[in-house]
Design a protein around this ligand. Structure first.
Ligand SMILES: Nc1ncnc2c1ncn2[C@@H]1O[C@H](COP(=O)(O)OP(=O)(O)OP(=O)(O)O)[C@@H](O)[C@H]1O
Ligand SMILES: [Mg+2]
Length: 398
């Protein structure tokens, strides 16, 4: 798939901008702070309903404006689509697909698929486990949009269960504490069941995803880092597994998806009972996919805390490249976005990365210094400055 148009109103630094796009490579270059990333951030938002660099929507709306609008026109081999997203201050965002308002914004997920590489990706390797869980969940939703609902469901149950745990009060709290604990315990059983059900679905899906992703990550790491620099490995680690359930899991290697979900539900339920006393003491939910980890390693050492800066970068790139390969397997290419990544890489890795992404149906590239972009990624070129885009004459077109 590819974008044929990106139009923004009051998004970030842009009052109004309208960019025609074509398949192949498009480069956005210009000095720091002129709005290159803002453009590709909007594309990423249209695909995922989230920014890759802001946790909230408020910074996306131009200062002084009440509302931002992102419009993207998408072309696939079977149809064209127009996605319009209204980001609002103080009320819910609205999304229209082909001019029809959607009941829920998340119904638009899957219409546009992107894989975005950005300097922030280093946090995938060096950052908190939450970064890696988000990576997995985002990819899961890109692969199968129905998981957006599973994820939202789990987050809601987790929030409510945590609120309930907190309401029990801390250990050794004021008088009457025991009574409130008893009341909470009765209600907790219900929430445990909810949490285990949606949690099991989410975590088994993540485990499947990691299994599918693994060969792609191994290959991509070798391709980016160069021969003999790996291997890179990844492993999904549940937060609550006992040895007994792990052994049972091994025995269940041939189990169906449904059987695995049911088994995970049972072991999560059992784990919740085991940790209940400390959960009540601490007022936090101690078991479930919100505490699981995607363990990354390079040459048998944990990546976080051990890998060099360059190795960490190669691994972050490998995770994105692997996502791209997985998403495109048997389907249309997602739109590939490279935000300012070449400046971070040495020449060898620049060229290897460029060669790997050059085959994508559409690639959007930003760079402060266009000379940093390897020649193989030649294409349309816009200079970004002061909120306007100027097309640079294509030297290839005579
Ligand atoms: N909500 C907003 N309203 C107005 N301006 C904003 C808003 N959010 C960000 N900006 C401005 O947008 C600019 C940053 O744009 P962007 O991140 O796209 O720069 P860039 O061209 O990618 O720069 P670099 O080369 O440093 O990565 C900053 O000057 C910032 O002040
Ligand atoms: Mg930028």
């Amino acid at each position: 798939m590819y974008l044929t148009r990106l139009a923004l109103t009051d998004f970030r630094s842009y009052t109004e901008v309208d960019v025609p796009l074509k398949p192949g490579v498009t480069i956005f270059s210009g000095p720091n702070g002129e709005g290159k990333t803002n453009l590709v951030e909007a594309v990423g938002y249209a695909a995922t309903l989230a920014s890759h660099r802001a946790a909230q929507d408020a910074p996306l709306i131009r200062k002084g404006a009440e509302q931002a609008i992102i419009r993207t026109a998408i072309s696939t081999s079977t149809n064209d689509a127009l996605v319009e997203i209204e980001l609002n201050t103080g009320r819910a965002n609205r999304v229209r697909l082909n001019r029809t308002p959607l009941a829920r914004p998340r119904e638009v997920l899957g219409v546009l698929r992107t894989v975005l590489f950005a300097p922030e990706d280093l946090a995938l390797v060096k950052g908190d486990p939450g970064e890696r869980r988000r990576f997995l969940d985002d990819l899961l939703v890109a692969m199968a949009p129905r998981y957006a609902a599973v994820r939202a469901d789990y987050d809601r149950v987790l929030r409510q269960r945590t609120a309930l745990l907190k309401s029990a009060g801390p250990k050794g709290g004021p008088k009457g504490n025991r009574q409130s604990r008893e009341a909470v315990t009765a209600t907790l059983d219900v929430w445990d069941a909810h949490l285990a059900r949606s949690g099991a679905e989410l975590l088994v899906a993540r485990e499947h995803l990691v299994t599918a992703l693994r060969p792609y990550v191994e290959r991509a790491y070798a391709a980016v880092a160069g021969d003999g620099r790996g291997p890179a490995a990844l492993e999904y680690r549940r937060s609550f597994e006992s040895q007994a359930t792990r052994d049972a899991d091994q025995a269940d290697a041939g189990a169906s998806h449904g059987e695995r979900v049911r088994a995970a539900e049972q072991s999560l339920l059992a784990a919740l009972l085991e940790v209940r006393a400390s959960e009540l003491d601490r007022g936090v939910c101690l078991a479930g996919p919100h505490r699981d980890e995607l363990e990354l390693s390079v040459r048998d050492l944990p990546a976080r805390g051990y890998a060099s800066h360059g190795e960490s970068w190669s691994l972050a790139l490998a995770l994105r490249l692997a996502s791209f390969d997985l998403l495109r397997a048997g389907r249309e290419d997602p739109v590939l976005i490279l935000d300012d990544v070449f400046a971070e890489l040495d020449t060898g890795r620049r060229d290897r990365l460029a060669a790997l992404v050059a085959t994508a149906e559409q690639v959007l590239v930003t760079a402060a210094v266009p000379e940093d972009i390897p020649g193989i990624l030649a294409g349309a070129h816009f200079k970004v400055s002061g909120g306007t885009l100027t097309k640079v004459a294509d030297p290839g077109a005579a």
